[in-house]
Design a protein. Sequence first.
Length: 532
Amino acid sequence: MTTGRVNPANRLDEQGICGLGRVYYNLREPALIEEALKRSEGTLGKGGSFLVTTGKHTGRSPKDKFVVRTPSVEETIWWENNKPMEPAAFDRLHADMLAHMQGRDYFVQDLFGGADPEHRLDVRVVTELAWHGLFIRHLLRRPSVAELDEFAPEFTIINCPSFKADPARHGCRSETVIALNFDKKLILIANTAYAGENKKSVFTLLNYILPGKGVMAMHCSANHAIGKPDDAAVFFGLSGTGKTTLSADPTRVLIGDDEHGWSEKGTFNFEGGCYAKTIDLSPEAEPEIYATTEKFGTVIENMIFDPETFDLDFEDNSITDNMRCAYPLDYISNASATSLGGHPKNVIMLTCDAYGVLPPIARLTSAQAMYHFLSGFTSKTPGTEVGVTEPIPTFSTCFGAPFMPRRPEVYGKLLQEKIARHGATCWLVNTGWTGGAFGTGRRMPIKATRALLTAALDGSLNAATFRKDPSFGFDVPVAVAGVDAVLLDPRQTWADKAAYDAQAKKLVNMFADNFAQYVPFIDADVKAAAIS
């Protein structure tokens, strides 16, 4: 039995997915919440938000993600970064999951990945949990009624949290698996209820498909000046570096908070919503995001709440540091109605430096920008991945290695070409520690970060006096209105200057050691920017 709107020619049984219980096609938010409550999947919160816990998995499981090794992708996948799965193993996994699904109810959402119709991907998401359907309706883009009537999925995701993989039979690492098959245009997800796996699987697809069309796929947030879509900015960064927070600037228009493309026409959001971390979220520092936690349909993941008042505890991380809220983009008052922008005038690379070495902002040459883009230095923050309980300094190339199917140089060269063609100014912004490393120093004040970004985006920072950083060679402003000058020189924030020098030398060496892998593939100017 089926419920909901769907193109009759593209029902699940037409895809060979048969013998299910009731299938719910393209239910809207109220109906999804109603079904989720019937199934005791979560709790109705204040304002009609939906409160859920995701069980064992409260973050992504990157070690359990695989790409099926077929001839069509053999030469283009970055296999050092993407675990291969044999086609026969995938076929066994697929068959076993379909058998597991027999007689069970499923929820189908037909959605778009990408705001630009020329480059969007038509994705069908088949989920065991009604609230996963609600989540992905927020995070991807919703077709109109007319578009649904003509919808034909290019890729399908099947997500069964109740299915446990067999590593020996299915060629995977554990009972949890995320397997991408580009030939069969199919993604299988099993034994994890963490909803973020759904959206990041689509991002991985776009990261493979779009560069082949000359479109840069970016793990970044984006905004533009009010009334000036051509005055756009992108903010690269991993989870926890501030992409969502810093792009949600009330003085600018939000294009999106996490995933974007840069085409021949400009910037476009892949998503239709935001997925914001809520730990220590406050109405004073982030009023717009805070307000979404009490709006209808917002999915609240892994947060402690009062069972009588349903008040959320934004400081209690007893479930995970990676507690989050997922909501539609239009819940942010200054969000773009089109999710489109022009070519970026400013490219910001966000890093969370747990060593306390990097300045709060630095201006980069185009070669330095490529160096830091390929390096992708940051710190994994607690909760974003299984087993991460404190910040761990790491290098994640292109600020998104877990989602990059192609080699880093493919993305690096695309970005370099677009920066050169459109004359973007590049900045490195540290939202991590100052005055010492993690455990000794303190987190960079968000007020200072916002002031520095405002000056960078309105162009006034270019008129400042700059000094050359002795360790990294980039330009650092010596004075910016509204920012303590001491903060701009990280060495001066440390009580023990010799300890800072030792830490800086250690970080420089880490950069050099990591970057050695890219030297054979990059241009001479980027090699010259490399630290030796």
